[in-house]
Design a protein around this ligand. Structure first.
Ligand code: FAD
Length: 408
């Protein structure tokens, strides 16, 4: 028997496997590693489900760690195996299929669950969320027949779903409660430009629209969506993309503290049990559970450092930025791009050219950026924003990109 410590990871997704990859760099021989994943797949790039739906990539192309990777690193992988119980005293986990494993350290990376609007008809056939390979395959299958798809939610996920279904030949209407698209990522001017571009691609929109119910036929399949104002639109497929909730079911059952996610310290150890770590969308750090990959990868680095017993890293939270993966549409936003009292705005608009740029400054610092149509300088603005340095003489030239590039 090996005298290594045992590390068990629950959730074979992007954040978890990145943590293991980082750990392999720091301490490849410290643990016997066992991973449980509820999905029947090795780790794949969930972000790239949208290009798969749009027909731009295949499922094979988005696999991040093929089964060989686990084998060659001596990792025991149980796919299609959902962990349903953890005994924190005996330090054992048990999966639904009866598989058990003992741990010295446990890593919970259970991700999120899509939120389903609590409206009548939300369990009808043809009503679904957009989260994993199975959902993507179901949407591709539904789009093999002509019909009308309704996507509820005009956020990043909803627009990517709508774009993919449209490219596969469906008529698509996006239903959104906000007054403009991506209203948490863009201001109204940029949101309108985006809407024009998507309309030109054949998408239809109902904005400021509240869903009252989904209506079914006699066979229990969805056939229409009814709004609060009584109007209806036909629907052969309804995709809900109205938000996610940290998947904390198992953690709660184990008695870990959960508050907007599994509550963790700066070391990514849970506040309840120092043997148990949590990384990814399921974790709440200083009150925030992130829903984008970049911060989760930062968490992964820190968690790996502690699992390797280097004990040197601290996670202090992340700034996030936004991009939409609809080919041919460039947008970027970060920070406090809405501005408001106490802030200044520098704005460049070229509606005919489809370009809009807004930079928000406060106390001589860049605090937010919202770019549509020309996002070339997005990463530079993001860097300035994260550094929080005073702009000084840069201010006057800010709209025109980094000084070194202008010199060419
Ligand atoms: C279509 C789509 C597009 C996206 N696009 C972007 C983007 O452009 N940019 C970006 O930054 N982010 C994007 N995201 C979000 C990004 O994919 C997530 O932030 C990231 O995947 C979260 O990683 P995670 O490891 O926390 O969770 P996940 O990747 O969801 O992994 C969690 C895994 O744990 C498994 N699991 C849960 N409970 C158990 C259990 N009890 N036992 C065993 N296994 C369990 C789940 O089945 C899942 O496989 C997108 C998401 C989707 C769905």
């Amino acid at each position: 028997m090996s005298d290594k410590q045992k590390l068990v990871m629950v959730g074979n997704g992007m954040a978890g496997v990145r943590t293991i990859e980082e750990l392999m760099k720091l301490a490849p021989d410290r643990y016997d590693i066992t991973i449980f994943g509820a999905e029947p797949h090795p780790n794949y790039n969930r972000i790239m489900l949208s290009p798969v739906l749009a027909g731009e990539q295949t499922l094979d192309e988005i696999v991040l760690n093929p089964l060989d990777w686990y084998r060659s690193h001596g990792i025991t992988l149980h796919t299609g195996s959902k962990v349903v119980a953890v005994d924190r005293v005996k330090r054992r986990v048990r999966a639904e299929d009866g598989t058990e494993a003992a741990y010295d350290r446990l890593l919970l990376c259970t991700g999120s669950k899509p939120f389903m609007l609590p409206v009548p008809g939300n369990t009808l056939q043809g009503v679904m969320a957009y989260r994993d390979i199975a959902d993507t395959q179901a949407m591709i299958e539904a789009a093999s027949r002509p019909g009308h798809a309704v996507v509820i939610g005009g956020g990043l996920l909803g627009l990517e779903a709508a774009n993919g279904l449209r490219l596969r030949g469906m008529d698509v209407t996006v239903v959104h409660v906000g007054d403009w698209l991506l209203d948490r990522q863009l201001d109204q001017s940029a949101g309108r430009l985006l809407q024009d571009a998507l309309q030109a691609r054949g998408l239809a929109f109902r904005l400021g629209a509240h869903t009252e119910a989904l209506l079914g036929d006699e066979a229990g399949r969805v056939r229409a969506l009814r709004f609060k104002d009584g109007s209806e639109i036909p629907a052969d497929l309804v995709v809900m993309a109205v938000g996610i909730r940290p998947n904390t079911e198992l953690a709660e059952q184990m008695g870990l503290l959960v508050n907007r996610g599994i509550v963790v310290h700066d070391t990514l150890q849970t506040v309840t049990d120092a043997r148990i770590y949590s990384v990814g969308e399921c974790a709440a750090h200083r009150g925030t559970a992130y829903g984008l990959v970049a911060p989760l990868y930062e968490q992964a680095q820190v968690a790996a450092n502690h699992l390797a017993e280097w004990g040197m890293a601290r996670y202090a939270g992340s700034q996030t930025s936004t991009k939409l993966k609809v080919t041919g549409i460039d947008l970027f936003s970060a920070g406090d791009f809405m501005g408001g009292e106490g802030s200044e705005e520098i704005v460049l608009t070229d509606p005919a050219g489809g370009v809009y740029k807004k930079l928000v400054l406060r106390d001589d610092k860049l605090v937010g950026a919202c770019l549509y149509g020309d996002t070339q300088d997005g990463s530079w603005y993001f860097q300035l924003l994260r550094e929080g340095a005073s702009l000084g003489s840069l201010r006057g030239q800010l709209m025109f990109g980094p000084p070194a590039e202008r010199a060419h």
